[in-house]
Design a protein around this ligand. Structure first.
Ligand SMILES: Cc1ncc(COP(=O)(O)O)c(C=O)c1O
Length: 400
């Protein structure tokens, strides 16, 4: 018998080698208690959270929590069914109404996760004989959506408008084409040049899907994302998003103005063949989305936090993923996995939690300590975060 697990041996070895250096496993952290969007108890100590994607701090919003409790009382713990059978409750429709209003678009479809939204929309709308043209650094859910469908896949160099245009021009003029981009790329926190990319996509007859997972709620005047900030939202055919970041709960969605959009409810397998979100979740999501429409003060504070942290880390001598702060994600580049894991652990000992990211999730084989800021981080917390980075960085020898 061939052991089907033998393919994992190199990864098992890499993990064992890392743990043999005495470092704590960076991928098994347990949050024993969560006190607020920015503070939790980890390993028995109070820890500032700087790696949660809770950009707008909605997880503890009192209206959001009240809406969830009310729905739990009135509608029960779960729907036990698919959206197309017994799984569409009033709350799912209200959540879709909130999304339509938030984006000022005609149609909204709520999925059980953002992962499933990408899986479902990409695999369903791009079929045999069509092309999906995607940035090479796209999220796994975009790649998996491509793998599940039957379209031809064409990747282009990250954020390279010319490379996108070249690829598009090589494709048959009359073939169906879907260009898939992200507003913010979550590993380095860099923003896509959507304006130019959407222009060349349209000039070459492609439809455009933008995943705004890391920009919704924060970027753009109304928090609609990078397409809004660059003034091109009207040219986007499909926006994909998630409730697991700024919205502060779990779930995914697609919004669109396409006149035939509603047919997807019958043909999109990751929508049809899975249970819908629990009533408490859609109630929290709808309440959060409506509050995010009026979140401009929080958005301004989050930009301040992002600028302060970026400048502070750069001044301390850390190498960062972007020259300027472009989003709520600031990536600190580590020399290798071992020192990245040691620095991650040193920060945790200081009472600061960040994400350790490594290949294959990261571009160019980089090891990163990814910081994601929250609108609820106070100015004092950001100062404290920098002090902890400085102490840990000197101790580990990442900075001089
Ligand atoms: C760009 C992007 N798209 C989609 C997703 C999936 O979202 P969810 O957590 O709702 O499955 C993520 C999550 O990390 C993401 O970063």
């Amino acid at each position: 018998m061939t052991d089907l697990f033998s393919k994992f041996d190199p990864l098992i070895q890499q993990r064992e080698d890392l743990l043999a250096t005495g470092v704590t496993d960076p991928f098994s952290l347990v949050m024993e208690k969560v006190i607020s969007p920015t503070v939790a108890i980890c390993n028995g100590r109070e820890t500032i959270l700087l790696g949660t994607y809770n950009y707008m701090g909605m997880t503890f919003d009192e209206d959001v929590i009240a809406a969830g409790k009310d729905a739990l009382d009135k509608f029960g713990a779960g729907t036990t069914g698919s959206r197309v059978l017994n799984g569409t409750y009033q709350g799912h429709k209200e959540c879709e109404e909130a999304l339509k209003e938030f984006y000022a678009m005609d149609h909204a479809m709520v999925f059980s996760t953002g992962y499933q939204a990408n899986l479902g929309i990409i695999s369903t709308i791009a079929g045999k004989g069509d092309y999906v043209i995607l940035d090479i650094d796209s999220h796994a859910s975009i790649y998996d959506g491509c793998a599940m469908g039957n379209a031809e896949i064409v990747a282009f160099r990250h954020n390279d408008v010319e490379a996108l245009e070249k690829r598009l021009k090589r494709l048959p003029a009359d073939a169906g084409k879907l260009v898939v981009l992200e507003g913010v790329y979550s590993m380095l926190g860099d923003v896509a040049p959507l304006k130019e990319m959407i222009r060349v996509s349209k000039e070459n007859g492609a439809m455009v899907l933008i995943d705004e997972a890391h920009s919704m709620g924060f970027i753009g005047e109304h928090g609609r994302g990078v397409a809004e900030a660059q003034g091109v939202l009207d040219d986007v055919d499909f926006v994909i998003g998630t409730f697991s970041k700024s919205v502060g709960t779990v779930g995914g969605f697609c919004v669109s103005n396409h006149p035939k959009f509603e047919i997807l409810r019958l043909v999109c397998r990751p929508y049809v063949f899975t249970a819908s979100l629990p009533p408490s979740v859609v109630a929290t999501a709808a309440t959060s989305i409506r509050k995010l429409m009026h979140g401009s003060n929080k958005r301004a504070h989050l930009w301040e936090n992002s600028k302060t942290l970026h400048k502070g880390l750069r001044d301390l001598g850390f190498t960062l993923g972007t020259d300027e702060p472009q989003s709520a994600i600031i990536a600190v580049i580590m020399p290798d996995l071992e020192r990245g894991a040691t620095m991650w652990e040193a920060l945790l000992e200081e009472g600061l939690y960040v994400n350790l990211a490594r290949p294959p999730a990261t571009p160019a084989n980089m090891t990163l300590l990814r910081c994601s800021l929250c609108a609820e981080h106070s100015g004092d917390q950001v100062t404290e975060i920098l002090a902890r980075f400085e102490r840990a960085g000197r101790r580990v020898g990442i900075i001089g």
